[in-house]
Design a protein around this ligand. Structure first.
Ligand SMILES: Cc1ncc(COP(=O)(O)O)c(C=O)c1O
Length: 373
């Protein structure tokens, strides 16, 4: 396999660029305008001290940002357990390159966000895939996981709340995964970029970095906070040697985030709960619209998500054929299942948009035609 093979999603988007101005492919909540964000945060976030020094920022991240992350999102850790990155993808790239080597055995659950698997494969790891059980609400089957994980496993990769299905495991399942990882001394890489977007607060999991000494949690402002434009992500871990190694890898990439972006990130992190709550109103009401469609069109199906802004839906035809038909006939883009390294015949549909009812008109037309297939 060539290194940095084009990601399926990137190739799909490129193929149809300009043909689908209406998209239903976002994983992030409706992004905020600067004005909306200022109102939520209660401050003018672009207002900076005029003597702000515009030199290189700290490689670990601005101390006040690491303090805010610690206080508001990872209270059981310390600021030195957190380093910042240029977005979520850099957090994935840095973490995996810091820990993995060619030939290492890795386990990942699928369907999944492609870079979570492809990054490890690019390093030359032997990645075993464990499909979540579609017929049981994308359930993670612990017995199958237990049979797979062993002393030779170097890392387990997971992502809950889950892209693309919106599935979540419960805390008991997470605790069992941690117990098994601890038994076999395995790194547990946990992509938690949708943490905070649980549709019901009691579903929220503890961050893996807080409960496991070889746990790694990553987050980013792009997803639960809904501001991808501020390219600030982070890695949390109790392992200081791992974080030190991650900084060495980061030296080959962004070196450090921009100071201005990290300054802006501080009040956003401090307002996390308010921001999450605000997104949830729209997500829950848009999901109700989708659930109604499911009732009207029996050939359109999905497991109700427990978190996030996407469903992994199926119809009575191949997901790629359906996705291309939506683009050709309605200028509307969803992402076919192949982008998520899975055998499941489904497509990802995002429901975070504030004009969702307008956007899904095209979907409704195609579902109408599909009744008789
Ligand atoms: C599960 C998951 N992790 C990480 C990322 C990357 O985040 P970013 O786009 O901020 O780099 C994404 C983006 O879609 C994602 O869905």
């Amino acid at each position: 396999m060539p290194t940095f093979e084009t990601l399926y999603m990137g190739g799909f988007r490129k193929k149809w660029r300009g043909k689908a101005p209406l998209s239903l492919n976002a994983t992030n909540p409706q992004p905020y305008t600067l004005e909306e964000l200022n109102l939520l945060v209660g401050a003018d976030i672009l207002k900076m001290d005029s003597d702000l020094l515009l030199g290189y920022n700290s490689r670990e991240g601005l101390p006040e940002l690491r303090n805010a992350l610690n206080r508001y999102l990872y209270p059981m850790l310390n600021p030195q357990n957190l380093i910042t990155t240029a977005g979520g993808n850099e957090a994935i790239f840095i973490s995996m390159h810091a820990l993995l080597e060619k030939g290492d055995k890795v386990i990942s659950f699928t369907p999944t966000f492609e870079p979570l698997i492809k990054t490890a494969q690019d390093i030359g790891c032997d990645v075993k895939l464990l499909e979540l059980n579609e017929h049981e609400g994308w359930k993670l089957e612990l017995d199958k996981f237990e049979a797979l994980v062993c002393d030779q496993t170097k890392m387990v990769i997971m992502n809950f709340p889950h892209n693309p299905t919106g599935a979540l495991i419960d805390q008991k399942t997470l605790d069992r995964i941690v117990t098994l990882c601890r038994k076999h001394e395995v790194w547990l890489f946990s992509d938690e970029v949708f943490r905070g977007l649980e549709h019901s607060a009691d579903l929220q999991l503890e961050p893996v970095a807080e409960i496991y000494e070889k746990g790694i949690s990553i987050g980013v402002l792009s997803k639960s906070h809904g501001v991808p434009s501020i390219r600030v992500g982070w890695i949390a871990s109790q392992s200081l040697p791992f974080l030190q190694r991650a900084i060495e890898v980061k030296n080959y990439l962004s070196i450090c985030n921009g100071t201005i972006g990290e300054k802006i990130a501080v009040p956003i992190i401090e307002s996390s709960s308010k921001i999450f709550e605000n997104h949830l109103d729209l997500l829950v009401s848009n999901l109700t619209i989708l659930e109604k469609l499911k009732e009207i069109y029996p050939h359109f199906d999905f497991c109700s998500p427990k978190a996030g802004c996407t469903v992994f839906a199926s119809v009575n035809e191949d997901s790629l054929v359906f996705a291309e038909r939506l683009i050709n006939e309605q200028n509307l883009m969803v992402i076919p299942g192949k982008a998520f390294v899975t055998k499941a015949n489904a497509f990802r549909l995002g429901f975070s948009y504030d004009d969702f009812e307008t956007r899904i008109k095209g979907l409704v037309k195609v579902l109408d035609q599909g009744r008789d297939l």
